[in-house]
Structures are given as structure tokens and as C-alpha cells.
Ligand binder design. Structure first.
Ligand code: AMP
Ligand code: MG
Length: 440
């Protein structure tokens, strides 16, 4: 257990002082490493499986994918033009005139030999004859008819417009490294090597539940003071982006017995449990008590907005299992759920599932208008990334930024991330931006 987690349940310091986002991320990553170490020791059933390419999107490659072939398999032409031996090239503008002895097409090589003073009409992708090392593109010839092609001797250099065998990838070398979160290009790359299935880590089983007496499932009428449970749906969407197995544990009422039973049930089925609600100041004591019985869970105040309260830790193995369960108790506010998922949960799930790159990509853009910001917390403001009249990237916040206002998130296409020490942002300042597309 990392110290931050071990000490936090009873630590007055961590309950009153706020934890820097980076400290929280580090503690989570350490915790995940401990879980990975534990499961290595347990040496449970293999965590790998083979999947066909069309099922492999967003899975994590478990072994280096070695190329069984050279790509390209043979030297070939990069242009439509004429292939010849570069011996006839020189530094002057004097014309070289070569006799055309045949044509090579992609997939239909020329079988004959190209002698001195000769060339071959060649199409892009067609195999280069052994005697040739250079291609003059059609449009760079001075004249060309059925019989001869003429071009200036200094128009190309030896070796130009030729793709070399194995230039993209050599046989036996890793085409994709283990740990890759597989994207569409990776599936295409595997197919280009003739590989139809990939060894990936098994899908993580992630249980989700919503806690709160006020929550109603869809389809039921809303009574006074009740609201629809939206968090399970945003969480399902977020988890689906990662091609995981989702176990939906529904809505749980705010009473200790139901909550405890739900946590035990979820823990018996899943590798990870994500709950939302019930960790804010008013409710933490109640949840904390249950969590102390079920595992080692820390209750944190994180210096961030939205998403300040969060619980994190491990649940003890249940029902004869020897596996501990990673637990995230996210805040209940709908935007805070998405922000904490983005900032903490997504990376932890990827790390736990063997991904080598777990951090989402970031970019920068110019703030169109001033943004108010207090130093001492990291803020995740919802915004739209666009382009100014000068072509530079710009961001504009989407309306009211309250933690419960899901519309601010739905209308946005990115977060503006304002770092811990940042004060107010002036219009025209550059700010950090994390795009949702494909992530959230
Ligand atoms: P809590 O963290 O339980 O104090 O909840 C904070 C706020 O988020 C309250 O206004 C809750 O009603 C709301 N909330 C909690 N859980 C959900 C949920 N599953 N769906 C929508 N809103 C929620
Ligand atoms: Mg609540």
C-alpha cells in the first residue's frame, strides 16, 4: 500500500489538506503497480488471449508483433516513369536517351533483362528489375514515346524514386511493440503483414455502480427531489472507449447494509470497481466505515475542480478469490465523474491492463476570452477548440462550468487544463488543451 493511501483514512492531515493532482496520480500509479506485482505472484490463469483483427480495436497488445516478411517485399518504383541503371546519369543537362524494352505494372513484374542504354516503363509499386536502381518520373522526361525516353542527365540522382526492400519493416523486427493500445492503423499494419489475429491482454472486468437515495433508473417517474442516474451511462460510454468488460451493478441506496452488499457483490465479479457518489464531506464518514471493513481505502480531497473528493484503494478478495480489487469512489457530480475518470481512472485501467502509453495527448491553444482561475488547484474547464482568423488554434469555454452541469461537457470537444499554480488567464494567452475525441 502506498503511504498516501495507507494513512489517509484516519489522517487528519490528508482529510483537511488537499492533495496535488500529480501526487494523486503518482499514488494511483504506485498502487496499480502493486496490484500488477501481486497478480504476477499469484500467477493466475494466463492474462492473454488471441483475437481476430476486427475484434482487436482498443485492446492492448500483449507481445511484440514480429513481421514475418520484408515490407516492401522487393525494391519497387515510387513513381510512374522509367526505370534504368544510374550509370548513364551525369552533372550536365545533356540528354540521356534510353530504349524502352517493356513495361512493369504493380503485381505484374517485367521478366526480361534491362541492358545498358535501355530502360523499362514502370508503374508505381511495380518491382524494379535487378539491373535498375533509379526511376525518372514520367513528367520529368523531355520526350517519351513508345520506343525511347529522353531526360536531362542531372534531372535525377542515382537511387531516386525507388523504394527499397525492407525499407518500412524488416522481416523478424517488431512491427508493433507490446503494450500498444491498438488503433485502426495497427490493425491495417498487421493485415499488411498477412497477420489475421493478435495476442492481447484479456479484457479487464470493470464493475460500475451509482450510489444515492435520490437516484432513479430510466423509465421510472421522478418523485420530488429525485433525479435520473446519469453517471452509469457516462461511465459506460467512457469504458466502452477502452473495449472493456463492463459489469453494471445498478443503483444502490445510501444505507450501510445495501452499500456493503453491493460492494461485495461487485468485488466478487470484477477486477476494478468504480462507484460514483457518496464520497463528499457529508457522506464520506458513512462510506468510509464500510470501506474500512472491506479493504484499504483512502478518502482524498484533491486540489482540483471539478472532482475534489475521491476515494481510492483496494478491496480485499472475496468469495474464495485471491485477487484484490482496485476501487475508485468517484464524486457524484456528473461532470466531476468524467473529469476524475479522465484524469485518474483511464490511465490506471490502461496501466493495469498492460498498456505502455497511458497518458492522453495534449496540445495548446489561445484563450479567446479571459478565464478566471485561483492558484492552488488544477482546473478542467470544458471548451471548444477551433481556429482563429489567423489560422491559430483557439479555445472558448462552453457556458456555465458548474460540476453538475453536464451540458457544458456535452457541448465541449476538449478540456482546458489550468495547472495548479496558474492564476487568471488573459484573452490571447496560450493554455493547455486535452481533446475528447476518441478519449471521452
Ligand atoms: P454526492 O457525491 O453523492 O454528494 O453527489 C453530488 C451530486 O451529484 C448530488 O447533487 C447528486 O444528486 C449528484 N449525483 C450523484 N450521483 C449521481 C448520478 N449517478 N447521476 C446523476 N447525478 C448524481
Ligand atoms: Mg450522494
Amino acid at each position: 500500500m502506498t503511504d498516501l493511501i495507507k494513512h489517509s483514512p484516519n489522517s487528519p492531515i490528508l482529510l483537511t489538506a488537499s492533495l496535488h493532482v500529480d501526487e494523486a496520480r503518482k499514488a494511483i500509479s504506485d498502487l496499480v503497480n502493486e496490484l500488477i506485482e501481486d497478480s504476477r505472484k499469484l500467477n493466475t490463469a494466463s492474462d492473454m488471449e488471441s483475437v481476430v483483427l476486427d475484434q482487436a480495436i482498443n485492446r492492448i497488445l500483449a507481445e511484440d508483433l514480429l513481421s514475418p516478411i520484408n515490407v516492401p517485399a522487393a525494391d519497387n518504383s515510387a513513381m510512374d516513369g522509367f526505370a534504368f541503371n544510374g550509370d548513364c546519369l551525369g552533372n550536365s543537362e545533356e540528354l540521356a536517351t534510353l530504349k524502352i524494352v517493356g513495361t512493369a505494372y504493380a503485381g505484374k513484374p517485367y521478366e526480361g533483362v534491362i541492358g545498358p542504354g535501355e530502360c523499362l516503363k514502370i508503374m508505381t509499386g511495380a518491382v524494379m528489375p535487378h539491373e535498375c536502381d533509379t526511376v525518372i518520373p514520367q513528367e520529368f522526361t523531355e520526350s517519351a514515346n513508345e520506343l525511347v525516353a529522353s531526360f536531362k542527365q542531372n534531372q535525377v540522382k542515382r537511387g531516386e524514386n525507388r523504394r527499397l526492400r525492407g525499407e518500412d519493416l524488416q522481416s523478424g523486427k517488431a512491427a508493433i511493440a507490446a503494450g500498444r493500445l491498438l488503433r485502426p492503423s495497427d490493425l491495417g499494419l498487421a493485415a499488411s503483414l498477412g497477420i489475421g489475429s493478435l495476442k492481447v491482454h484479456r479484457k479487464l472486468k470493470v464493475a460500475i455502480l451509482s450510489s444515492g437515495d435520490e437516484l432513479r433508473p430510466l423509465g421510472e417517474p421522478l418523485g420530488a427531489g429525485s433525479i435520473y442516474d446519469s453517471n452509469r451511462y457516462s461511465l459506460t460510454g467512457l469504458l466502452n472507449r477502452l473495449n472493456l468488460e463492463i459489469i453494471d451493478c445498478g443503483i444502490v441506496r445510501d444505507d450501510p447494509a445495501s452499500l456493503k452488499a453491493a460492494f461485495i457483490d461487485a468485488a466478487s465479479k470484477a477486477d476494478v470497481l468504480i462507484s460514483s457518489g457518496g464520497v463528499s464531506v457529508g457522506e464520506a464518514d458513512f462510506t468510509k466505515q464500510i470501506m474500512q471493513e472491506l479493504g484499504d481505502v483512502g478518502f482524498w480531497k484533491i486540489a482540483m475542480r471539478p472532482g475534489r473528493p475521491m476515494a481510492l484503494g483496494m478491496l480485499k478478495p472475496v468469495h474464495g478469490s485471491s485477487r484484490k480489487i482496485l476501487f475508485f469512489g468517484l464524486p457524484g457530480n456528473p461532470v466531476a465523474v468524467m473529469v476524475t475518470f479522465y484524469q485518474f481512472v483511464r490511465s490506471a485501467l490502461l496501466q493495469l491492463n498492460g498498456a505502455s502509453q497511458t497518458e492522453p495527448p495534449m496540445t495548446q491553444a489561445i484563450a479567446e476570452a479571459p478565464i478566471r482561475k485561483k492558484p492552488g488547484r488544477t482546473e478542467f474547464q470544458r471548451a471548444i477548440l477551433g481556429r482563429g482568423s489567423d489560422g491559430k488554434p483557439t479555445v472558448k469555454l462552453t457556458g456555465s462550468q458548474g460540476a453538475g452541469i453536464l451540458r457544458s461537457m456535452s457541448e465541449a470537444n476538449c478540456f482546458v487544463i489550468l495547472p495548479h499554480d496558474q492564476a487568471n488567464v488573459a484573452a490571447g494567452d496560450w493554455v493547455d488543451v486535452a481533446l475528447f475525441d476518441g478519449l471521452l
